[in-house]
Design a binder for this molecule. Sequence first.
Ligand SMILES: Cc1cc2nc3c(=O)[nH]c(=O)nc-3n(C[C@H](O)[C@H](O)[C@H](O)COP(=O)(O)O)c2cc1C
Length: 169
Amino acid sequence: MDIIEAIMTRRSIRKFTGIPISKEQEDIILKAGFQAPSAHNMQPWEFVVIRDIEVLKGIKEYHKYAQMVDNAGFAILVCGDTKKQKSLGFLIEDCSASIQNMLLAAHGIGLGAVWCGIYGGEDLVDKTRSLLEIPEDIIPIGLVVIGNKVEEKNPKHIYDENKIHYDKW
Ligand SMILES: Cc1cc2nc3c(=O)[nH]c(=O)nc-3n(C[C@H](O)[C@H](O)[C@H](O)COP(=O)(O)O)c2cc1C
């Protein structure tokens, strides 16, 4: 899929067939995650690939907005290493760029995906850290839930020229 087409047609997909993605698809998506830009080129990302249904169900128990995760059968938790990226702001931005790359890669190869927020959600960081045994110096940022989709969504049209400012506000 052409890159502009991918960007313009990507939507959050939350309904899946239940058949997990293949290892080849997983590799493509992970490689896209690694290709993101990062402040000072620190590449602070770490990825927890989750296929274990019990772990996916464990996430569902505490994450109200990730109820689709076990049905997708696959998710990647993107975490930031505070030893590599000292600025929390940059760490979040770097990991977010990686997440967006993975969402677009998943869409580009015909899969459905949704970004489930972890950082910024009350208790979500602590509960995710505990479930997945994540060390204290690693911060879970976002969960990318990916699967074979059963729903198609129309592209959205939210371009708004009122939000564009030229040369000054
Ligand atoms: C930081 C962040 C956190 C999000 N968290 C969730 C979530 O927990 N569960 C969910 O279903 N969608 C989540 N989303 C997806 C948004 O709901 C979605 O992007 C938005 O409604 C726009 O829809 P679209 O992605 O189809 O354009 C999140 C998106 C972002 C950027």
